[in-house]
Write a protein that binds this ligand. Structure first.
Ligand code: PXP
Length: 239
């Protein structure tokens, strides 16, 4: 069965918009699990713009499925991960100016430091995924760096205008997923996926799990978290 990991960052965004104590991403995570999420994802950013340290620690205590921590490859974040012990760390590039993660990690640039970060986590029993663009070179470098899995950046496909650009972006994802499988890497995919774009992935058995946040939280604001997750669950189950 294809996995659905639900990212609850933007429940925290709503809370931080007012610096209030609600809505609580921890409550949202529990509702997402009840509605069939296979995992809960949160991104603890260096600038703490949405998820806070308190959220990660509470999520660790209450999440029953699996906790996936998205983080930059910094020593501060490695320290937190070693303490919290999520079921998976996904390494992502981060810059303070971006509205959201804008692309995959460039392993041509960060090759050596990424290998060290992966080692520090894996030596303590934490599997590591790297968020990368659907480029063969990046996948080979992720494999060489010792990652357990990759998460393919689907944002380029989701944002592509016009059917030929969309097709091209999708074909790259398919090729990337097949190459990663051949290299025996686990394959996740995410960023920008919504209730419409997810349908394009039907039959792509190389992808183990989809990581989806913004579209689910946006729908939850209108129909409720449980219903929003169930509706995505049905779409992922139909792939
Ligand atoms: N995967 C990664 C690595 C991300 O950084 C994000 C956004 O935090 C997502 C998946 C989820 O993207 P979206 O919120 O657009 O569904």
């Amino acid at each position: 069965m294809t996995g659905l990991a639900v990212n609850i960052d933007h429940i925290a965004t709503l809370r931080e918009a007012r610096k209030a104590s609600y809505p609580d991403p921890v409550a949202a995570a529990l509702m997402a699990e009840l509605a069939g999420a296979d995992g809960i994802v949160c991104h603890l950013r260096e600038d703490r713009r949405h998820v806070q340290d308190r959220d990660v620690r509470l999520l660790r205590k209450v999440v029953q499925s699996k906790l996936i921590l998205e983080m930059a490859a910094t020593s501060e974040m490695v320290g937190i991960a070693l303490d919290v012990r999520p079921e998976l760390v996904t390494l992502v590039p981060e810059s303070r100016e971006e509205v959201t993660t804008e692309g995959g990690m460039d392993l041509i640039v960060h090759n050596k430091s990424i290998g060290e970060t992966i080692g520090a986590l894996q030596n303590n029993g934490i599997p590591v995924s790297i968020f990368i663009d659907a480029e063969p070179e990046q996948i080979k470098l992720a494999h060489q760096a010792g990652a357990d899995m990759i998460e393919i950046h689907t944002g380029t496909f989701c944002e592509a205008n016009g059917s030929s650009r969309r097709r091209q972006a999708f074909d790259k994802i398919v090729d990337a997923a097949k190459l990663a499988r051949k290299l025996k890497l686990g394959v996740n995919a995410g960023h920008g996926l919504c209730y419409n774009s997810i349908k394009a992935f039907k039959g792509l058995s190389e992808i183990d799990e989809y990581s989806i946040g913004h579209s689910i939280v946006a729908r939850a604001a209108l129909v409720g978290m449980e219903r929003a997750v169930r509706q995505m669950r049905e779409l992922v189950d139909a792939l």
